[in-house]
Design a binder for this molecule. Structure first.
Ligand SMILES: Nc1ncnc2c1ncn2[C@@H]1O[C@H](COP(=O)(O)OP(=O)(O)OP(=O)(O)O)[C@@H](O)[C@H]1O
Length: 274
């Protein structure tokens, strides 16, 4: 008797042959990703490498020219509303409604997800307290600092209890304590089995927080893996992420190394400590 076929792994996010051009610019040029559940995955890359374009396509905000995206195994092209349900997306400059107060804003976002205010109110209050915005609950969002707005956007992203969070440069504009708070929240989110996919220019953030790192260069995944795997791919087992990044993207020696990406593991290694 033949053994039963092995159960196929459902990735939090999978892309196959993703492409997007703007005129002659190939912003994303054949992106294949397999990001396992429970991972914090960091996209790195020089300016214009295609990070934001990739994240926006995965979020369902930008239509790819070619390729497919699956969120928790659901095909985004075929079933967009079901595929977007587990997702939360925070752009680098989130748009908030300045004339709303925090609880009003969270009630508004809940309604977009068909959640009645009575159901989301306890979660909204807890989020505001966790993110240190409870004392500001009577103020209009337009009076908030940039960092407070970033934290407000994070509350809005978490209100419908997503399982996959997409964040474009989430630590921009945050002071040290706010950045620490956001990092802790993201790590707690993945510890509970959820997935974070973020872009960052801060190599230290990727080095300290990410299970796996994807280095994009000219719209392609130039290297991918854990920090140790990336060091091996770059032929420098003791180097820093900065050394690897510069070598892979050609920032130091001109031509980037043409190293094929390694496959993603079905389950992540233990979480690094922030
Ligand atoms: N709406 C657009 N119209 C025209 N070109 C675009 C558009 N969006 C992105 N591009 C181009 O696509 C390429 C990839 O841009 P993208 O914003 O994805 O890069 P990035 O890696 O996020 O860059 P950065 O680190 O500077 O934020 C760039 O050459 C950019 O100029």
């Amino acid at each position: 008797m033949n053994p039963a076929p092995a159960e196929s792994v459902v990735f939090a996010c999978e892309t196959r042959g993703l492409r997007k051009s703007f005129g002659d610019t190939k912003a994303v040029n054949g992106l294949d990703l397999q990001i396992a559940r429970g991972q914090l995955y960091a996209f790195l890359g020089p300016n214009g490498a295609g990070k934001t374009t990739s994240i926006r396509m995965i979020a369902g905000l930008l239509r790819p020219d070619a390729g497919d995206i699956f969120i928790e195994g659901i095909p985004l092209r075929i079933n967009p509303s079901a595929a977007k349900r587990p997702l939360a997306y925070i752009p680098d400059d989130p748009v908030l409604y300045g004339k709303l107060r925090p609880l009003e804003y969270l009630e508004f976002v809940s309604a977009l997800w068909d959640l009645p205010a009575s159901a989301s109110q306890p979660c909204a209050e807890e989020l505001l307290q966790t993110l240190g915005l409870w004392e500001k609950r009577d103020d209009f969002i337009e009076s908030f600092s940039r960092g407070m707005k970033q934290k407000m956007a994070l509350c809005g992203a978490l209100i419908h209890q997503p399982t996959v969070m997409l964040l474009d440069e989430p630590l921009t504009g945050l002071d040290a304590s706010a950045a620490r708070l956001v990092k802790d929240i993201l790590l707690d989110f993945v510890r509970r089995g959820n997935t974070v996919i973020l872009t960052t220019h801060i190599l230290d953030v990727a080095e300290r927080l990410a299970h796996r790192i994807g280095i994009l260069h000219a719209g392609r995944l130039a290297a991918e893996g854990t920090l140790d795997e990336l060091r091996h791919q770059a032929g420098n087992t003791s180097g820093t992420l900065e050394d690897v990044f510069l070598r892979v993207t050609g920032g130091e020696n001109g031509e980037p190394a043409s190293t094929p990406p390694s496959p993603a593991p079905a389950s992540p290694p233990p979480l690094p400590v922030a």
